[in-house]
Design a protein. Structure first.
Length: 93
């Protein structure tokens, strides 16, 4: 059985420049998604893995969907393959 905690900001992947609604240029950092994962053996309940995985994905889209001021950081947008790649080592793939 695999249990996960809430997603947090992981490593910075890329920093991109955007213009806000007033025309000012600002930087936005794109972070991987970091998830703490605990895996337990089904038969014994023994903890077999306790680690954080980082999920990559696309960064620096052409436009940002935000309201108000430009965010200083955002999460990457992972594909299904990005999620599988991140969790593969945890589930023995």
């Amino acid at each position: 059985m695999v249990c996960t905690d809430e997603t947090r900001a992981g490593d910075v992947v890329e920093t991109c420049q955007y213009r806000d609604h007033k025309g000012r240029v600002g930087s936005v950092r794109f972070n991987r998604l970091a998830v703490r994962v605990k895996a337990y053996a089904l038969r014994t309940g023994k903890l077999v893995t306790d680690r954080t995985v980082q999920i990559g994905g696309e960064s620096c889209p052409a436009t940002l969907g935000y309201f108000g001021s430009l965010p200083s950081r955002m999460a990457v947008t992972p594909s299904d393959a990005d999620v599988r790649d991140a969790f593969g080592p945890v589930v023995g793939r």
